[in-house]
Ligand binder design. Structure first.
Ligand code: MN
Length: 487
């Protein structure tokens, strides 16, 4: 992960005299330094802005500097907002309005007009909020006291999301083969995706991958086997098959890295010259933060890479996932998610096992794969669909549970969850919104982050959570359809 930072731009004006400006500057610097210790990325105090020119200059710099992943603004005092128009009109980076104030309390005995003039964030923030709203900018406000843990967590979540924007804008997806034949939801307009989201989605011949596989030497495979042994239990005698997956992993990684791609797709319908569908290979690549989508699904591959980057330490507990089957027993309504092989071990509840089993489709040798249960806990599933003319991002809250059966004959990684608001309405809402069978399942990216990301990328966002009803969602989708046609 690149070393990203965020710039703290504090609004003020000359009206209060140089002494006040000096105090504002000192406090802003101290706040940025203190907060940086608890935030996932450094917040750098850049300027206490008093003029149109200062604001315009710093925003031009922020646009140009690749290390700057976004700006955080705050108005310690009153900052007349016509000064901000020219600069904000140029802004190309994510923006967050941090509505806080230096002091937590109003000091009863000490408060006088000097205090009021110095500490008037409530006043200044309103002028600032107006202009951002008037400019129709993607608006994000985090409000609260700057030392509070929950407030810093929200600001930190927004920072991670802004990094997801930076990752998206330079993201390259490598495709081996096309989509699974006849499948609709994994299709989409790649030109529109590049215009809106920045993704470069292109194809490479499977034959090139096979050439890379042939060039992998046994020492490289030995060394990757050691890594597998350290991280996973090898629950098979068939080491030859595990070694073949290692060969595939090394070759895919070399090809991805040589082209600067951080996500890839393949399809069991185009494995020409390969003896196994990559299973363990793909799973271990995801564990190293590469995105993946099965059956040519480049949208989910890209979203997996982005959401991993938006998670803890730039490689969160997020995986490619697929809705497979339901348990419709009253009081025990669950979904079972999995894939034919490719689920990321970052979401495992226990140490994964490497096993070898035949695969019914693809007409190849039995592949090695990681088998495990997903961990219990709150999570989300996310799907990006192309509605024709626009992209829609659908996010559903789920509660993962320890699978209620051991399922000893199921030779794949599996996750069991309760969909929100409940299984039946959750299914109906998901289908009405057009959500795909492929998703990204994440334990550490929140629905607020996904909403923020969609706003920053200027795409439609649909949330299905505890509060969602079919009736409300139907109306919401109808209104959004109209709004997005006008946009
Ligand atoms: Mn699939």
């Amino acid at each position: 992960m690149k070393q990203y930072q965020f710039w703290f731009i504090v609004g003020s004006q000359f009206l209060y005299g140089l002494e006040v400006l000096e105090i504002v500057e000192q406090r802003a610097r101290k706040m940025a330094e203190t907060m940086s210790k608890q935030l996932p990325f450094p917040l750098i105090h850049k300027v206490t802005a008093k003029t149109n020119q200062e604001i315009t200059e710093i925003i031009k710099e922020a646009n140009y500097d690749d290390a700057c992943a976004g700006i955080v603004t705050w108005c310690h005092t009153f900052s007349p907002s016509k000064m901000w128009i020219n600069g904000l009109n140029l802004l190309q980076k994510p923006y967050c309005h941090f509505a806080t104030q230096y002091n937590r309390e109003i000091p009863n005995e000490e408060i006088d007009m000097d205090f009021m003039n110095l500490n008037q964030a409530a006043h200044g923030d309103r002028e600032h909020g107006f202009i951002v709203s008037r400019l129709r900018m993607p608006q994000k406000v985090v409000a609260g006291y700057w030392k509070d843990k929950e407030v810093l967590e929200r600001l930190g979540g927004w920072m991670k999301t802004a990094v997801g924007v930076a990752v998206s804008k330079s993201l390259k997806v490598m495709r081996f083969g096309d989509n699974m034949r006849e499948v609709a939801v994994t299709e989409g307009d790649k030109v529109e995706a590049q215009i809106k989201l920045g993704w470069q989605v292109n194809t490479w011949p499977v034959g090139t991958l096979v050439e890379y596989m042939d060039a992998v030497d046994e020492n490289e495979i030995d060394s990757l086997l050691e890594t597998y042994r350290a991280k996973y239990d090898i629950a098979t005698q068939d080491i030859k098959t595990v070694r073949y997956q290692a060969r595939e992993e090394i070759a895919i990684k070399k090809l991805l890295d040589s082209e600067g791609c951080i996500a890839f797709t393949n399809t069991f319908q185009d494995l020409y010259g390969m003896r196994q569908l990559p299973g363990l290979a793909t799973q271990h690549l995801m564990a190293q933060s590469y995105g993946y989508g099965g059956e040519g699904d480049w949208k989910t591959a890209a979203m997996t890479a982005i959401m991993k980057a938006m998670g803890e330490n730039g490689n969160g507990a997020s995986s490619f996932m697929e809705d497979y089957t339901y348990h419709l027993v009253k009081g025990q309504e669950y979904s079972l998610g999995s894939h034919m092989l490719e689920v990321c071990p970052s979401i495992a509840a226990q140490r994964p096992r490497i096993e070898v089993h035949p695969l019914g489709i693809g007409n190849r040798e039995a592949p090695a794969r990681l088998v495990f249960e997903g961990k219990p806990g709150k999570a989300i599933v996310v799907s990006l669909v192309d509605m024709g003319g626009r992209m829609r991002l659908i996010c559903q809250k789920i509660e993962c549970v320890k699978p209620i059966f051991p399922m000893p004959n199921l030779p794949v990684a599996r996750v069991m969850w309760r969909a929100m608001p409940n299984l039946e309405d959750g299914i109906a809402c998901w289908l009405m919104a057009g959500g795909a069978h492929h998703t990204v399942l994440s334990y550490d990216v929140t629905s607020e982050q996904m909403r923020d990301w969609a706003r920053m990328m200027d795409i439609e966002f649909v949330l299905i959570d505890e509060e969602t009803t079919l009736e409300k969602l139907e109306e919401e989708l109808m209104i959004k359809d109209l709004v997005w046609k006008l946009k």
